[in-house]
Write a protein that binds this ligand. Structure first.
Ligand SMILES: [Zn+2]
Length: 471
């Protein structure tokens, strides 16, 4: 037995994670959840950066011992959809501030989207610049998305060599001038290339022609209010784009991931493609679609503007039901902040679209009544598997000691501006009552945050997709 550096004692483990253990101490076999009536107190032993044992009692003592009585241990969450805008637009967010917000919310690994940094992640050189910058600023581990635009299909191979987890494409304008949207031929060719590279393509699915024409109509009539924005991006525009992307995935054999689905009808299309057509497609939604409605957005203002937009109460309820029925593969925050000046004092239509919510996901899901076992899957095993992140997303021997200790029973309290760790603290979430509290955050065995206190200033590191790695 290796020297143990840390033991976390007496924590509750979410039942689903007691799987695949070979050690006789853990009685539940793979796939058999522990009965709630059974004693559920475990010790987790860590050596260096790895979990080495999970037992009812770890007999060996360590220099660092934490008593986790009353707390639930989750694997550090994986947020596969964030925009930190660094390098080049760190006045919008930044590697340090953005990763701090994520860590404060229980995330220990994130995947950064390719578009808001400058340069955007479209070439190996741009990838290297971002990787260097985040290695020097991020508190937690990070993976990177490459972009897919009409300009960079020839650079997809070099991005794959660098270890991107996939390629992100926009089916409508992205809002960033140097990240062009993928026209149909670009999407088709890019998906052919991605299929050869065995990497997924993630799409922002909204029909550009429909949303463009509707926006132009409202603009002509002088409408800049919230309802004009919602009506310019109807559900049907999203559904048409999802259907087309699925068709291209079937044609090319490319693994497809639909980001931020806002309607249960879109989820149903994905499930149908998987089950009836055997297409390799997954989908995600974001906490804001599960928590807020269009009426909330009209009341809150541009801090609650995003695309696709927040929907009706009926859509919100149906989406949450689909999530609880296990029809949604994973959840990402789509943390997409901007300087306050791009949001405040502007009309809803003219304001920057994007909701800052990096810190909320875990507590939001618990507040919405999503089970702990499902949270574990949606932000642990599911993104780790889909995006080929080795040794992440589970609490098990051999895995990275990314561990978050949560008090799920901490009573609901409103989110305050002061507790937010992102750069601008302009968020639709301020004032929303969320339950649970995040008490300890370990990144590969190192305690980085306890309560609201940072324990050190160390940085995380780049995590490469293991697709294409020779094993
Ligand atoms: Zn996004």
């Amino acid at each position: 037995m290796a020297e143990i550096d840390l033991v976390i004692r007496n924590v509750r483990l979410v039942s689903q994670q007691i799987t695949g253990e070979t050690d006789g101490e853990i009685t539940s076999a793979a796939g058999n959840p522990i009965n709630d009536n059974e004693v559920n107190r475990w010790d987790i032993a860590v050596a260096g950066e790895k979990i080495v044992e999970i037992r009812s009692t770890v007999s060996q003592c360590a220099e660092n011992e934490i008593d986790g009585t009353g707390l639930t241990a989750f694997p550090g969450l994986i947020d596969s959809h964030v925009h930190l805008n660094d390098p080049g637009r760190d006045h919008w967010e930044g590697g340090r501030t953005g990763s701090s917000a994520l860590a404060a919310g229980g995330v220990t690994c994130f995947a950064d989207m390719p578009l808001n940094s400058s340069p955007p992640t479209l070439t190996a050189d741009a990838f290297d610049a971002k990787c260097k910058r985040l290695s020097e600023t991020s508190r937690i581990d990070f993976a990177l998305w490459g972009g897919l635009t009409p300009q960079n299909i020839d650079h997809m191979d070099e991005l794959a060599e660098r270890g991107v987890i996939g390629f992100k494409a926009f089916m409508c304008p992205s809002g960033i001038e140097d990240f062009c949207h993928a026209d149909d031929l670009t999407l088709l060719r890019g998906m052919e290339r991605a299929a050869k590279l065995k990497l997924p393509v993630a799409v922002h699915a909204e029909n550009a022609a429909l949303t463009g024409a509707l926006s132009a109509d409202f603009s002509k009539s002088g409408r800049t209010d919230a309802e004009a924005f919602f009506e310019s991006r109807p559900v049907v525009a999203e559904l048409e784009a999802i259907q087309r992307a699925i068709l291209y995935a079937r044609e090319t054999g490319c693994a497809l991931h639909i980001v931020h689905v806002s309607s249960a009808q879109g989820i149903a299309m994905v499930r149908d493609a998987v089950h009836r057509q055997g297409i390799d497609v997954t989908c995600e939604t974001c906490p804001h679609y599960l928590m807020f409605t269009a009426a909330d957005a009209a009341r809150i203002g541009p801090a609650a503007k995003c695309a696709p937009p927040l929907r009706s109460e009926m859509e919100r309820e149906e989406l949450l039901t689909a999530l609880k029925r296990g029809q949604i593969d994973l959840v990402g925050s789509d943390h997409s902040p901007s300087p306050a000046g791009m949001k405040m004092g502007k009309s809803f239509v003219d304001a920057w679209g994007g909701i800052a919510g990096a810190q909320m996901t875990l507590r939001a899901l618990l507040t919405l009544g999503v089970s702990e076992a499902q949270v574990l899957d949606l932000m642990g095993m599911s993104p780790a598997t889909r995006f080929a992140l080795a040794r992440k997303g589970r609490l098990a021997p051999g895995y990275d000691a990314d561990i978050v200790l949560v008090n799920p029973g901490a009573p609901e309290r409103p989110v305050t501006k002061i507790e937010l760790c992102d750069r601008h603290r302009t968020s639709a979430w301020i004032g929303v009552k969320l339950r649970g509290s995040i008490e300890f955050v370990f990144r590969r065995g190192e305690l980085i945050r306890q309560g609201s206190i940072w324990c050190n200033d160390s940085c995380g590191r780049f995590v490469k997709s293991f697709v294409g790695e020779s094993t």
